[in-house]
Design a protein around this ligand. Structure first.
Ligand code: ADP
Ligand code: NA
Length: 328
């Protein structure tokens, strides 16, 4: 194995957003040639909260189409659905049996999500989420996991489980490293710049979806919350315009200072109008290609099935080795 392995995934839990693109997909495409990549549509993770099967089926297809349309090349990267490589669930079981209820109870993401409906009514799957996430990565002996800062605690647990397994049963898994990409933009919600833009949000005005049509994109940007004042400058006391500047910068690859200079003396209206066009131009080719793929279910299914086959070639031996190590 010559190049280091990377594993990453996005949950098909709603409409993938420009946050998913600028914070994850764009970086995946950029590192594609440097690593051996496993990019997964994590459709088992998404079951940890209630889903409508009809909607879910469509969202899984859309997520996969968006991966390819963003520039993930199936010749260079292994793209597949988590549920179609059953080794993920199987390894998760083995890891469950060395994970401790205490350490899972301390996961802040579980505590946050469970708080909403009360911990008693949260699914067992939600509690177990980080163990499945560990299985995702350990199955491929991935060295690097490109994720946002919000995933650091899960990554630490993943490393703990890998080390614990290796200590109990002998050297088996690579202990992966967290990998926060340098250009990892963190995009905030358009209606509330203090919370992350999320596809799981129920307020469509809070995010730009990758598949939004151009007029919808322009409208959402035009209506995005702004701060008091009128200057186009980034500063901690102006989180809304700072976020919009960050999106502009991430989409164009230009530094924020250059964009600030360009809009000196101009108002929010001019800036938002241009930003709308920048985002439309960024998303248009991705949207068009994704819609083409969605129109051709056979091509999309074939791409995903051949990705799953390649994934199984690595996942199967890892699982078997783990079985043997544990005495199964
Ligand atoms: P979401 O929060 O939209 O449900 P996921 O939890 O599935 O997305 O995250 C998938 C990937 O997309 C992760 O690498 C995450 O860091 C990235 N990501 C999600 N939302 C954003 C955002 N608003 N800004 C930057 N990156 C994001
Ligand atoms: Na999420």
């Amino acid at each position: 194995q010559s190049r280091q392995r990377v594993f990453s995934g996005i949950q098909p839990s709603g409409n993938l957003t420009i946050g998913n693109y600028l914070g994850a997909l764009k970086n995946w495409v950029a590192i594609q040639d440097d690593y051996e990549n496993y990019f997964c549509v994590v459709d088992l993770h998404v079951l940890t909260v209630p889903q409508d099967p009809k909607v879910l089926r469509q969202k899984i297809r859309e997520a996969a189409a968006i991966y390819f349309a963003s520039g993930i090349d199936p010749e260079k990267s292994v793209v597949f659905r988590q549920s179609r490589v059953s080794e993920h669930a199987e390894l998760a079981w083995l890891l469950n049996c060395i994970a401790k209820v205490g350490e899972l109870s301390r996961m802040t993401q579980f505590k946050d999500k469970a708080q909403k409906g009360g911990a008693d009514s949260a699914s067992g799957g939600l509690f177990d989420y980080p163990v499945l996430q560990a299985a995702d990565v350990l199955l491929y002996n991935a060295h690097l996991v490109p994720v946002g800062e919000d995933q650091r605690q899960h990554l630490e647990l993943m490393r703990t489980l890998a080390r614990r397994f290796n200590n109990l049963y002998g050297e088996t898994f690579v202990v992966p490293e967290i990998f926060v990409p340098k250009s990892g933009a963190r995009v905030m919600a358009l209606d509330d710049p203090t919370s992350k833009m999320s596809k799981s949000s129920s307020a469509p005005g809070s995010y730009v979806a990758i598949l939004d049509d151009p007029d919808t994109v322009r409208r959402k940007i035009r209506r995005a919350k702004t701060d008091s004042g009128s200057e186009i400058t980034a500063s901690p006391d102006k989180p809304a315009i700072t976020n919009l500047l960050d999106v502009y910068a991430a989409a164009t690859g230009r530094p924020v200072s250059e964009i600030e200079a360009r809009y000196e003396g101009k108002g929010y209206g001019d800036f938002k109008k241009d930003l709308g066009e920048v985002v439309v131009e960024t998303l248009a080719p991705i949207r068009e290609r994704a819609l083409e793929l969605l129109d051709d279910p056979k091509e999309l299914d074939d791409l995903l099935e051949s990705g799953a086959e390649r994934a199984r070639k690595v996942a199967r031996p890892t699982l078997r080795y783990a079985w043997t190590r544990m005495g199964l």
